[in-house]
Design a protein around this ligand. Structure first.
Ligand code: ATP
Ligand code: MG
Length: 654
C-alpha cells in the first residue's frame, strides 16, 4: 500500500512563493519580526496606529485601560460598526459587489455596497420601529441567506446586540440561548434549505417561543414559501416591514465598548458559554487580521465557507471582510449538493481568490477524492485558509497540492470564539509554513506555551497555550456570568489568559496546537496528544479522519482507543486494523500503539464540525449505549452517529 510520507513533520519549512511575497502586504519574515517587536515594546503605540484604519466619529482618548481581567479598548472613542462596514465604502465603491450570494438550488443574488447599505438602513429602521433600543438583545435564528448579515448589521447600526443561534440547533437550545441573553426580538425564516430538504426554522422557533417570555416580536423572512404557524400580534413578515421602512438611517455614534454581540461557544468541551464582544476593539481585530492574513486586496473575491452561526462567520464573513470593503461569496447550502464538487464549481464560476475553510472540511474533501476537483479550473485561487481544529499534516499537504496546486500559501489560523479574531497564523507572503503548525502569533499577540506555574516550557514539550497580554478582540466577559469568565480563563494560571488548548513550541518559536488540554493522553507516564496519534492515522492512505481517546488501563494508566473513518473505496477489515496499529507504532513509537481501533462511518461532531472526543471517551470507557452518556449532547450534529458507534465492536468484544 502506498503511504503518505510520515516524515512530513521533519521536512524543511515551505517558503512563501516568491511572486506572492513581492506584492504582499508583509513581504518577509524579517518584516513580520520587526512589526512583532514594535508591538511588543510599545503596544499602545502599535494598536493606536492600527486603529486609524477604522472610521471614527470621535477618536479614542486612550488605547487600553486594563484592570485585569477586564479590558476597555479605545475609551472615549465613538464609532458605528455598520458605518465602518458600509457607509464609508460608498464614496469609492458604491457599485462594487459586497455580497455575492448563491442558494443551494443555484439561484443567485448580488448586492453592491450601495444596495447592502440601503437594505441595512431599512432594517435598522424596522428594528427601531419595533422598539429596539441600544443595548437590547436580538436573537437571530436563520439560514445562510443575505437577510442574516443584513439583520446583524441592522442591529449594529442601532447599537443593539445580536445573538446568532446556528440554524441547526433544536428548540431547547434556541430557548436556552434566548433566555440567557434575555432577547426581545427573534428574527427567523419560514425555513431554510439543506441538501435539498427544508429545515423548518419557524416550526422550531414556535416550539422554542413557548418558553421564551422575553420575546415580544418574531420577524420572519419568507424563504421557502412553506405553510407555517402564525401568531397574530407577535409574528411579522420581514418583507412587509422592510417595504414600509425608510432607507434613510444616519449611523448613530456609539462608545467603543458598546456591546456588539453575544455568541455561544460550540460546546466541544462542555456547556456553551455566552461570549460577549464589543465594538471598536473587536472590529479592528477583524479588519486588521483579514487584511494581513489573507493579504486582502481590492480586486479579491473572498469566500469563507463557515456558517455565520459560528464565530468564523461573524468575524470572517461579515465584520472583517466588509470593514475592508471586500467582495464576498456567500453560499447557502451543503458542499455535496447536488454533487461533491459544488465548492470547486463555485470557485471556478466566481473566480474566488481567497478560500477559507475548516480542517474538518478539508478531511472530508480528501475522503471524497481528487476526481471531484480535477475537472475544475481553480487557477483563480491565491490564498487558502483553515481553522477549527488542528489540521493533520497529511491533510495540510493534500490541501496544498490538490487544491492549491503547490502555489497557494496556506494560512492555518488558530483562534477561538473568545479571542474574537485570529491570533496565531502565518502571514502568506512572509511566514514559511510547516504543515500542521499555525506558526507564529500575530504582531500584538503575546502567545506562550507554559506550565501550570506560568513558566515557559522548553521546545518540544507539551504545555498550556496562554495569551499573556490583552488584545483588542478579546471577549469582555461571559454574558451574565463574570465569575465564570474569571474562573475559566484567568485563574488557572494567574494573570494570563488560559486558552484550554495544549500546545508545543518548537525551536523556531512555531506553535503546534495539539488540541484540548482534556484530550491529552497519559500512557505509562508519557504524555501523548490525541492529535499526534490522529495525524499518524490520517497519514495512512486508507484513513480519512480519526479521533483518538483514552480509556483507563490497569497497567499503563491509560490505553489508546482510535475511532477511524476510511476514505471512499476502502473497506474495514481485521488486517487493516492491525496495519493501522502497526502504522501508529512505526510513526510515533511503540508507546503510542493503540489498544484498539474501531471503524466508524462518521465521528460525533459539533454542529460547527469539531470532533467531540469527550463523548467518544465516555463511549470507550463505558462501552454502553448513547442513553448512558452523561455529557452535554445538545450541540451534537447527529445523535445517530453515537448510536452506530456504540454498536461498532471493539477488539475485546469480537
Ligand atoms: P467550547 O469552548 O464550548 O468547547 P469550542 O472551543 O469548540 O467550544 P470555538 O471557540 O469555535 O468553540 O473553537 C475554538 C477551538 O478550536 C480552539 O480552542 C482550538 O481547540 C480549536 N482550533 C481552532 N482553530 C484551530 C487551529 N488552526 N489549529 C488547532 N486548533 C484550532
Ligand atoms: Mg473553546
Amino acid at each position: 500500500m502506498q503511504e503518505f510520507d510520515p516524515q512530513v513533520l521533519n521536512e524543511e519549512p515551505i517558503p512563501s512563493p516568491e511572486e506572492f511575497s513581492k506584492r504582499a502586504h508583509v513581504r518577509s519574515l524579517a518584516e513580520y519580526r520587526e512589526m512583532y517587536d514594535h508591538a511588543l515594546r510599545r503596544p499602545d503605540e502599535f494598536w493606536g496606529e492600527q486603529a486609524k484604519m477604522l472610521s471614527w466619529f470621535e477618536p479614542a482618548k486612550r488605547v487600553l485601560t486594563w484592570d485585569s481581567p477586564h479590558a476597555k479598548w479605545f475609551e472615549g472613542g465613538k464609532l458605528n460598526v455598520s458605518f465602518n462596514c458600509l457607509d464609508r465604502h460608498l464614496e469609492k465603491n458604491a457599485n462594487k459587489p459586497a455580497l455575492m450570494w448563491e442558494a443551494e438550488d443555484g439561484a443567485t443574488l448580488q448586492l453592491t455596497y450601495a444596495e447592502l447599505h440601503a437594505r441595512v438602513c431599512k432594517f435598522a429602521n424596522v428594528l427601531t420601529s419595533l422598539g429596539v433600543k441600544a443595548g437590547d438583545c436580538v436573537a437571530i435564528y436563520m439560514p445562510m441567506i443575505p437577510e442574516l448579515p443584513i439583520a446583524m448589521l441592522g442591529c449594529a447600526r442601532v447599537g443593539a446586540m445580536h445573538s446568532v443561534v446556528f440554524g441547526g440547533f433544536s428548540a431547547t437550545a434556541l430557548a436556552d440561548r434566548i433566555a440567557d441573553a434575555k432577547s426581545k426580538i427573534l428574527i427567523t425564516a419560514d425555513g431554510g434549505f439543506r441538501r435539498g430538504k427544508i429545515v423548518p426554522l419557524k416550526e422550531t422557533s414556535d416550539a422554542a417561543l413557548k418558553n421564551c417570555p422575553t420575546i415580544e416580536k418574531a420577524i420572519v423572512v419568507k424563504r421557502t414559501g412553506e405553510k407555517i404557524g402564525w401568531q397574530e400580534g407577535r409574528d411579522l413578515w420581514w418583507h412587509e416591514l422592510e417595504e414600509k421602512a425608510s432607507k434613510d438611517c444616519p449611523a448613530t455614534p456609539f462608545d467603543s465598548e458598546q456591546p456588539l454581540y453575544i455568541l455561544y461557544t460550540s460546546g466541544t468541551t462542555g456547556k456553551p458559554k455566552g461570549v460577549l464582544h464589543t465594538s471598536a476593539g473587536y472590529l479592528l481585530h477583524c479588519m486588521w487580521s483579514t487584511r494581513l492574513i489573507f493579504d486582502l486586496r481590492d480586486d479579491d473575491i473572498y469566500w469563507c465557507t463557515a456558517d455565520i452561526g459560528w464565530v468564523t462567520g461573524h468575524s470572517y464573513i461579515v465584520y472583517g471582510p466588509l470593514a475592508n470593503g471586500a467582495s464576498i461569496v456567500m453560499y447557502e447550502g451543503a458542499p455535496d449538493q447536488p454533487r461533491k464538487d459544488r465548492f470547486w464549481e463555485l470557485i471556478e464560476r466566481y473566480k474566488v481568490t481567497i478560500f477559507y475553510s475548516s480542517a474538518t472540511a478539508v478531511r472530508a474533501f480528501m475522503a471524497w477524492g481528487a476526481d471531484w476537483i480535477n475537472s475544475h479550473d481553480l487557477s483563480s485561487l491565491r490564498v487558502l485558509g483553515t481553522v477549527g481544529e488542528p489540521i493533520n499534516p497529511a491533510a495540510w499537504k493534500w490541501y496544498y497540492e490538490v487544491i492549491g496546486k503547490n502555489r497557494c500559501p496556506i494560512v492555518d489560523t488558530w483562534w477561538q470564539t473568545e479571542t474574537g479574531g485570529i491570533m496565531i497564523s502565518p502571514l502568506p507572503g512572509a511566514t514559511p509554513t510547516k504543515p500542521g503548525s499555525a506558526t507564529l502569533p500575530l504582531p500584538g499577540i503575546v502567545a506562550r506555551v507554559v506550565n501550570l506555574s506560568g513558566e515557559p516550557v522548553p521546545p518540544g514539550e507539551t504545555g498550556y497555550l496562554t495569551i499573556q497580554k490583552p488584545w483588542p478582540g478579546m471577549l469582555r466577559t461571559i454574558y451574565g456570568d463574570d465569575d465564570r469568565f474569571q474562573r475559566d480563563y484567568w485563574s488557572r494560571i494567574p494573570g494570563v489568559y488560559f486558552t484550554g488548548d495544549a500546545a508545543q513550541c518548537d525551536k523556531d518559536g512555531y506553535i503546534w496546537v495539539l488540541g484540548r488540554v482534556d484530550d491529552v493522553i497519559k500512557v505509562a507516564g508519557h504524555r501523548l496528544s490525541s492529535m499526534e496519534i490522529e495525524s499518524a492515522l490520517v497519514s495512512h492512505v486508507a484513513v480519512a479522519e480519526a479521533a483518538v481517546v483514552a480509556r483507563p488501563d490497569e497497567i499503563k494508566g491509560e490505553a489508546i482507543v482510535c475511532f477511524v473513518t476510511l476514505r471512499s473505496g476502502t473497506a474495514p477489515s481485521k488486517e487493516l486494523r492491525s496495519a493501522l496499529i502497526d502504522h501508529v507504532g512505526a510513526t510515533i513509537g511503540t508507546i503510542a500503539r493503540p489498544a484498539d481501533v474501531r471503524f466508524a462511518e462518521g465521528l460525533p461532531k459539533t454542529r460547527s464540525g469539531k470532533i467531540m472526543r469527550r463523548l467518544l471517551r465516555e463511549l470507550a470507557q463505558k462501552g454502553g449505549l448513547p442513553g448512558a452518556l452523561t455529557g452535554d449532547t445538545t450541540t451534537l450534529e447527529d445523535l445517530s452517529v453515537i448510536e452506530r458507534l456504540a454498536k461498532a465492536k471493539g477488539l475485546d468484544e469480537e
